[in-house]
Design a protein around this ligand. Structure first.
Ligand code: NAD
Length: 364
């Protein structure tokens, strides 16, 4: 199979979908690897390292989209990439279709097969290709949120951990999955007072057992969200219904009643965001204000720590990429329900139930 790895062109995206070790293993498996010149420079890997292990360095993304059977990327294809997709081509990357109708319709019209990192599940129902980026985004959400609380960033002028004689900040984490757990741990480590909410009681029981004493678990319902959001200095949006649009937990009316200078870091923005007032931002222009509340909603948070993220991502994706390349899409999908769930579209139809739920008018 011909596997292509283009340079990421989404704004402020520096990750790469394949490390030199991956190129080495894929060529050893008998595949051809096309690697766009400079695609890994943002993550600190040079072209020569890829060429030395047998990758063919190509000068343009066009060549990759023209020649490759399977394209491995990090972020969803951008409009100029969607135009080049072919019906006999498979794209393996993050898509987050539910957050964008133009992306979904564009990819569907191309007839290409979309194998999505974010909906691939392991036999225990976990999301092994979302997890490493969620670990990073969860940790970064606190470091970015703490920065946003500083006055020059339009925040309340608060040091998250406080100091002796001054109370620490109140952090509310909505969703106690991977992002939420890592965010809560980081915030707790900075000595903030942390509340973590979820609708999964078993998850809350687990978090209650493993979290330090400055983390409280609370069942998530509209009343508790309202009560705790109004007291919070920093809210982390970390909810997920895999494949579907993020549940809206924070209304515009609630934002208007939050403390001025408080901060919402809506990590779930890649699935549409859990605050009504959230809209996607970029690392170059990450924040905006609504009713005095700072909103940070960068859709590719791990892209900023590209070295760590590329390694963490490829550690998780490479076994699946090798499997996809050696088996082909149909045999890959037939492996088990978790593999099948990764196929979001094929032959001009949506094939993942949650994505189809987000777009009931599109063909299934
Ligand atoms: N912006 C970024 O750069 C970035 C990076 C990584 C992950 N993400 C996103 O972060 C989000 C969370 O990812 P994750 O890996 O932590 O998911 P996860 O599945 O591990 O956790 C999600 C949690 O949300 C809970 N939940 C669902 N509906 C809820 C509701 N109505 N109220 C309260 N809790 C609810 C679930 O029970 C679960 O525990 C996803 O949208 C993911 O795509 C964004």
């Amino acid at each position: 199979m011909i596997i292509g790895v283009p340079k990421e062109i989404k704004k402020d995206e520096y990750r790469v979908a394949l490390l030199p070790v991956g190129a080495n293993l894929l060529t050893s498996d008998g595949h051809t690897v096309l690697f766009e010149r400079g695609a890994a420079l943002g993550s600190g890997f040079d072209d020569e390292t890829y060429a030395e292990v047998g990758a063919e360095i190509v000068e343009s993304a066009e060549e990759i989209y023209r020649r490759a059977d399977l394209v491995a990327k990090v972020k969803e294809p951008q409009p100029s990439e969607i135009e080049q997709l072919r019906p006999d081509q498979t794209l393996f990357c993050y898509f987050h279709f539910a957050a964008s109708r133009p992306l979904t319709v564009g990819c569907l019209k191309s007839g290409s097969t979309a194998v999505a990192y974010e909906t691939l599940a392991d036999p225990r129902g976990r999301l092994p290709l979302l997890t490493p980026m969620s670990e990073i985004a969860g940790r970064m959400s606190i470091q970015e949120g703490a920065k946003c609380l500083e006055r020059p960033m339009m925040g309340r002028g608060l040091l998250l951990g406080g100091v002796p004689g001054v109370a620490p900040g109140e952090v509310l984490v909505l969703g106690g999955g991977v992002v939420g757990t890592h965010a809560a741990r980081m915030a707790a480590g900075l000595a903030a007072h942390v509340t973590i909410m979820d609708i999964n009681l078993d998850r809350l029981r687990y978090l209650h057992e493993v979290m330090p004493a400055n983390v409280t678990t609370i069942y998530c319902d509209p009343h508790t969200v309202e009560e705790y959001a109004m007291e919070a200095d920093l809210v982390i949006g970390a909810v997920l219904i895999p494949g579907d649009r993020a549940p809206r937990l924070i209304s515009r009316a609630l934002v208007s009643r939050m403390k001025p200078g408080s901060v919402i870091v809506d990590v779930s923005i890649d699935q549409g965001g859990c605050a009504e007032t959230s809209r996607p931002t970029t690392h170059s222009d990450p924040i905006y204000l609504v009713d005095g509340v700072v909103h940070y909603a960068v859709a590719n948070i791990p892209g900023a720590v590209s070295r760590t993220s590329s390694v963490a991502l490829c550690n998780a994706t490479l076994p699946y990429l090798r499997e996809l390349a050696s088996k082909g899409v149909d045999a890959f999908a037939a492996t088990d329900a978790g593999h099948a769930a990764a196929i979001n579209m094929r032959n001009f139809r949506l094939t993942n139930a949650a994505v189809a739920h987000a777009f009931p008018d599109l063909p299934t």
